[in-house]
Design a protein around this ligand. Sequence first.
Ligand code: HEM
Length: 294
Amino acid sequence: MVSFSNSEEQEIFERVFAEIPSLIKDKCDGYDELYGYKLNPDDEDATASAFYKKNVAEALILKLCKAYRFQHEEIVSNFVKIMKWRSEFNPLSAAFLESHNKELQEVGILASYPEGEPNNRVVTWNLYGHLVKKKHLFKDADKFVRYRIGLMERGLRLLDFLDSENDYMTQVHDYKGVSVLRMDSDIKKCTKQIIAIFQQNYPELLFAKYFVNVPTLLQWFYDIVKAFVDKETMKKFVVLNDGSRLGNYLQHCPKNPYGGLDVKNTLQEENVAEVRPTEYALYLLEKQNNEDID
Ligand code: HEM
């Protein structure tokens, strides 16, 4: 059930929702997929139509309405931008088809804490501190970006867009080992690119973001990066010099080294390695694959 603060919001939501099929057809070159879900019920292809889930489509469009403060024009123009980006970038492929550099894969962990506080239940960990001596990984920004978007999309699969307590994710950046000397321009370039992609294409999905083990000497880097981030997103950031204090915020994370309640598993053991695409995403990826072979 979708609920609204007032009737104007409801009106805007219903208007946008009714426009989705024509927007997809006329403005998005027919691209019909958001985070693995189908948005257009009126598909000529009967096989594809079977994947449509109205309640999920409603939940996703409501997120966009919230992100753009129920401003009709903004919602529509950003919806079109997001769909076009997805059509070109193919994030589903980055998440479920492509293989990424092993060194990158090792720094991205997806953890699920079903007992956690609402919206602290799906956590994407980025152990970027491990990459300080691996500058070569930032040379090819596109490869890095595809890896990071793949991780984001797989993380989204652990959310439940129909559950208001688990429809946002939390992210952690662990910068243990980072030093002033190691910050170089390739890292900054990659960072800037990913921040821009996240801001434009993944609205209303982040609940909180923790930056841990940030050396006091590197607070200046935070100030630089902040300049690329919008104000609403900034409010969700927490910087902690001492990583072992993270457990005060993310109760169910590993005790060692983050101070959480999980005494049994290391972060690596918490990793949810098997994440499956939605049935619809699988259908789309197979279809693309067949077209490529043809
Ligand atoms: C974002 C990498 C150091 C603060 C990012 C992103 C990357 C990255 C790839 C893109 C967003 C993402 O992946 O979630 C690195 C690397 C570093 C480094 C490799 C050093 C080796 C730092 C330091 C700080 C910092 C020292 C200071 C607190 C931030 C902030 C964002 C960010 C505030 C924006 C997050 C967002 O918009 O979601 N970093 N970073 N980074 N980083 Fe770093």
